[in-house]
Design a protein around this ligand. Structure first.
Ligand SMILES: [Zn+2]
Length: 543
């Protein structure tokens, strides 16, 4: 967990352990002796959700269904092996090059794109995530408030309210309170105690081992970060600012890992208690494109070593693909990232791997060269028909290259081979909806509708469902879905005004009207609460 300097909103996300303003003027809710009394778990989840929506409004979230499914599957696999699989978690990827990850209130765990591309294996990425999950599980965030920082949660919620209120005013300037609060937090870079960091390492390593990952990967991740630090010279990865590394910490991680040995069968003692997502839906705990890899890597007795375990069989391939996907989708400049792949492929034979070819093809799609992307992807997808990522990229490239018929056939086959896959369905629906005819829109609706139950909090899914509804002639359902997308994208006031306009229509059925009114009531309450807190914070004297 750490501070990110550039953007106030990111600091807010980390504020749980940072904010410590003392001001007797702020009226706090009845405070019990325990930090938990400062905010209910529902309030914390609301905070986490509002934070995620605000991050989206600032285009800081990397929303991509393949990556989202990947990071969630990885996260939930670790959560299932934790001592508290019942805690609600939400994992997401930040569109940031800073090498960082953090846990925020309400079980929201963010992993930066820069961290993912710095990792050499899925086990290392899992190591960092297990560390953050441990901060949540061990209640370090709440414990921080129990110290001298009882103001933290109300202030944090209040500052979020300031942002939401200012977003509603269309006021771009960062409110004074926010600026003041940000510098205040930066002065108080206390974060977790060293003891808590050590505990998160220890608990995290246990989670790693139980989930069937290499327990050495925690130390491996630390060393990967050190390598990046050396390559970049003075640029200390953000994560290390708050997770100072010394040889002792790495040695301790190694020693602990040695006691646990190499991964055998995952010890998911608590697997029956399925972890919950913060919002609805059943979760598939298996990683995409991964068989029981851990079970396949049981080593003969005596072969476990302290410093390394054999790489787990084929999940490495999928991590490598997803890492390149993150690299391309989070890159600021499309031509620059295409140049990165083109140059390396030309000059370095060892760079020519399927994952890097995949990255190159995705970069070509970003620079509008779909035909070249097809040429790159065809041989890859032919050798890996089991890879949804490769085949999906090829289908998209064909569509962009004007081969609509071939693309539609490819999506139809993908939908048969990977039923219910959100990434397949969203791409397929997008192609169906481009021509704007009603029959295709109805087909898209049939595909999208079951996804709404599982992924109601996906703004792209809501927007796509809205467009399909519109083309299919259901303008009410379309408006509802568009409002939902606005809400999830951090435009709360827009969402409300859209819903209110909708409720004024006279042709609504009784059922439609009650559904819309109920949603208005719920969102209004949330927005008012956030505004009220924002006003409290804005009135404060920040000197
Ligand atoms: Zn930590």
């Amino acid at each position: 967990m750490s501070i990110t300097r550039a953007l106030p909103v990111v600091v807010l996300a980390c504020a749980a352990t940072l904010a410590g303003a003392r001001d007797p003027d702020v009226k706090l809710p009845d405070i019990g002796s325990s930090a938990a009394a400062l905010a209910t778990s529902q309030e914390l989840r609301d905070y986490g959700a509002a934070m995620l929506h605000q991050l989206r409004a600032h285009e800081l979230v990397l929303d991509d269904p393949l990556l989202d499914d990947y990071i969630k599957a990885l996260g939930y696999r670790l959560v299932a092996a934790s001592d508290r699989p019942d805690l609600g978690y939400t994992f997401f990827i930040m569109r940031s090059e800073d090498i960082n990850a953090f846990a925020a209130p309400g079980g929201y765990v963010a992993v930066n794109a820069g961290l993912i591309t710095a990792m050499q294996s899925e086990d290392e990425l899992a190591g960092v995530m297990a560390h953050e999950i441990s901060h949540v599980q061990q209640q370090h965030i709440l414990r921080g408030f129990e110290d001298q920082q009882k103001m933290s949660i109300p202030i944090m919620l209040g500052m979020l309210g300031v942002m939401i209120a200012s977003a509603g005013r269309g006021d771009d300037a960062a409110p004074a309170a926010l600026v003041a609060g940000t510098s205040l937090m930066q002065q108080r870079q206390i974060n977790f105690t060293r003891g808590e960091e050590a505990e998160a390492d220890r608990v995290g390593i246990q989670i790693l081992a139980r989930a069937g990952f290499d327990p050495n990967a925690m130390a491996g991740a630390f060393q990967a970060l050190q390598r990046v630090m050396r390559v970049n010279g003075v640029d200390v990865p953000e994560f290390l600012l708050t997770h100072p590394l010394d040889t002792r910490r790495i040695a301790e991680s190694r020693a602990r890992a040695a006691q646990l040995g190499c991964p055998g069968t995952p010890q998911l003692a608590t697997r029956s208690a399925a972890p919950m997502a913060s919002r609805g839906g059943t979760l598939d705990l298996s990683l995409p494109e991964q068989d029981s890899a851990a079970a396949n890597s049981i080593r003969p007795p005596g072969s476990a070593r302290a410093d390394a375990c054999a790489p787990r069989r084929d999940d490495k391939g999928y991590f490598d693909l997803m890492r390149e996907r993150v690299r391309v989708l989070s890159a600021g400049s499309a031509p620059a990232i295409r140049g990165y792949y083109a140059d390396n492929l030309r000059n370095d034979p060892s760079f020519d791997t399927p994952a890097n070819r995949y990255g190159y093809a995705l970069a070509l799609l970003r620079t509008h060269q779909p035909q070249t992307a097809v040429e790159q992807l065809e041989p890859l997808a032919t050798t890996r028909p089991d890879s949804v990522a490769l085949r999906l990229a090829l289908a998209r490239a064909r569509d962009r290259a004007g081969e609509r018929k071939a693309a539609l056939a490819a999506y139809e086959q993908l939908n048969l081979d990977f039923p219910g896959n959100r990434a397949v369905i969203l791409d397929y629906a997008e192609v169906l909806l481009t021509q704007g005819n009603e029959a295709d829109a109805r087909r898209a609706l049939d595909l999208l509708r079951p996804q709404l139950d599982r992924h109601a909090d996906d703004p792209d899914l809501q927007a796509s469902f809205g467009r399909a509804s519109q083309l299919a002639g259901d303008s009410v359902r379309a408006a509802e879905a568009y409002a939902e997308a606005a809400w999830l994208n951090g435009h709360a006031e827009d969402a409300l005004s859209q819903l209110k306009a909708l409720s004024r229509r006279e042709d609504l059925s009784y059922y439609q009207r009650s559904r819309i009114d109920a949603r208005i009531t719920l969102l209004t309450a949330t927005v008012l609460e956030q505004r009220k807190r924002g006003e409290q914070v804005e009135r404060r004297d920040w000197q």
